[in-house]
Each structure stands twice: as C-alpha cells, then as structure tokens.
Design a binder for this molecule. Structure first.
Ligand code: CP
Length: 313
C-alpha cells in the first residue's frame, strides 16, 4: 500500500515501513515551510479538515489546525464540550451530521479504543486517529520517529526504551508498532502493574528496574502517568513512582553517549521526568512539538492528493 492511496490513518500496526518512510521524507520540506517567515503554501486550497476531539488536547489538535492552515486548507473545529454531544447526540449521528457538511478529513480523538475505526467504516470522509483510548496515537509515533531520525540520522537498529505507564499508553503502542518495522531494539520499563502482561509478544523486552532498562539506550521515551485512565491503585504512591521511575540527568550516564530523551507531553515534571532533564539539550520535547506540525502537514498533504504533485511553493 502507498500512504497517499490510503483512505484513513487509524494506527501504525497495519502501516507498512515504506509508507512511514514516505511520511518522514515528506515532513522534511514541510518543516522548511514552517520555519519560513511566510508559512503558507497553496497546496491544499479548497480542502477542509475538521478536528473533533472528545478528549482534551493542546499539541495534537492545535498542530493539525496549523498544519492544515499552512497548506491553505480550511480547518474548522467541533468543540465537543459546547456541541450537541452534550444534549445526548450519538457518535454516529454527530459524525453523519459533520459528513453532510462536506469536509474532506475528520481528525478525531476519543476515549474509547476503536472509536475512529468505527467512524471510518461508516463515513466517506477520510479519518485520522488523533488518539483512541489506550489503543493507538499514530501521528504522535510518526512525529517521535521523525524527531529521532532528525537527531540520530537513522532509525535502523537503535535501542529505544519507553519508560512509564505502558498499560494505558496509546503512544507506547504506536511507537512499538512503528519502530519495530525499522529493526529497533525495543524495551519498556515500569512497575509490573503498568506493563501489559503480553507485551513481549510484540517483540519488546520488559524491565522493572529503570537503570537496567536504560543501560546502553540510544533513545529514552518518557511517558506521562495517565491519572485519568487509572481506575485503581496501580502503584503504591506518586512518591514511590518518583523514587523508582523518574528519569533524571544521572540516568543518561547509563545510556549511549549521545542518547536523547523524548516525552509526548504534557509532562508531569517531578514525577516521570525531572525539570533539570526536561530542560536539558538532550531532551527533544520542544523539537517534537515543532516536528508534530511538519509531520501532520506531510500526512495531510499525502492523504489529500498533494503527493501526486510537487509541493506547490
Ligand atoms: N502528545 C499529545 O497527544 O498531546 P496533547 O494531548 O496535548 O494533544
């Protein structure tokens, strides 16, 4: 499958390596556009991209909005908290109502795993999953991969460790699906209660000890503790989590000399990552945000037909 021929982007589990490469390559000229003084190109003029987020977001929704605008698409947003969803309108009826207004792409976040898949099966609009429950967050993983590639010059063979709440993390799952297609050595670290029992079936090695998991790593991806998805006590206390799993500058001494640290945001500083590390030059969290716009521009450009032409400047 070619990325520019797919109707929807629902997850990286079923996306081929060549498709990921197409997105990462296309994001390079897109990043050039967003670092210019004049950021708009006419490529997607006449297209419309609607964002519908049933869960809160700062980075993903705003970067899709800006990505569309930089490519001259219209980017309306349905604010779910002030919409007729609050009057009890179903997901099916909400999506049909939006479809009848004619947007080309629906960018959707939902707390239920599989909600974008259900929508994609029932609409002619293209659907991009902006995070569904604990399932996948494919555009986050693609921007993480772009950020790693930009700093390290390659993905192939890197040792990547994901630290934290793996059980509730759609970011972890999409990173695992994406990076495993590039022959990365994948590890996860966290309390056993926050690591899925069958994680090793995905070709991932699980560690309970932070120091052991980080040893020799090229990339350390630190995840947010997702208090909103934890419905029971999955670790004794925040203090104990901080003591055992907060990633700090001294941990970098165990990793590769040029190891980098990622975090999808928003960060719980002082819980999963220390402020000192978050603000160090080894932490690429701010680059991830900028790259998120470039990668989402690339995705929209390829899915909306821009891939059949040169990028119109
Ligand atoms: N990383 C991420 O998805 O951030 P937002 O929740 O702010 O979109």
């Amino acid at each position: 499958m070619r990325f520019d021929r797919r109707k929807d982007l629902l997850g990286l589990r079923d996306v081929e390596r060549e498709e990921i490469e197409a997105v990462l390559e296309t994001a390079v000229p897109m990043k050039d556009i967003i670092t210019r003084d004049m950021k708009k190109v006419p490529t997607l003029k006449g297209k419309s991209i609607i964002t519908v987020f049933y869960e809160n977001s700062t980075r993903t929704r705003t970067s899709f909005d800006l990505a569309g605008r930089y490519l001259s698409a219209d980017t309306p947003n349905l604010t779910v908290s002030t919409s007729s969803v609050q009057k009890g309108e179903s997901l099916k009826d909400t999506i049909k109502t939006i479809e009848m207004m004619g947007p080309d792409v629906l960018v959707m976040r939902h707390s239920l795993s599989g909600a974008p898949h259900y929508v994609a099966r029932n609409t002619s609009m293209r659907v991009i999953n902006a995070g569904d429950g604990i399932n996948e967050h494919p555009t986050q993983a693609l921007l993480d991969m772009y950020s790693i590639l930009e700093r390290k010059g390659r993905l192939e063979g890197l040792k990547v460790v994901i630290v934290g709440d793996i059980l509730h993390s759609r970011v972890a799952r999409s990173n695992i699906f994406g990076l495993s297609k590039f022959g990365c050595e994948l590890r996860v670290v966290g309390p056993s209660t926050l690591i899925p029992s069958d994680i090793e079936k995905l070709g991932v090695k699980a560690y309970a000890n932070l120091e052991a998991g980080i040893r020799g790593a090229d990339v350390i991806n630190v995840l947010r503790i997702q208090k909103e998805r934890q419905h029971g006590a999955l670790f004794p206390s925040i203090d104990e989590y901080r003591e055992l799993y907060m990633v700090k500058p001294e941990h970098l001494a165990l990793a590769a000399d040029d190891a980098i640290v990622l975090h999808p945001g928003p960060m719980n500083r002082g819980i999963e990552i220390s402020t000192e590390l978050a603000e160090s030059s080894r932490c690429v969290v701010n680059e991830q945000v900028t790259n998120g716009v470039a990668v989402r521009m690339a995705i929209l450009y390829l899915m909306l037909g821009g891939g059949r032409d040169e990028i119109a400047c």
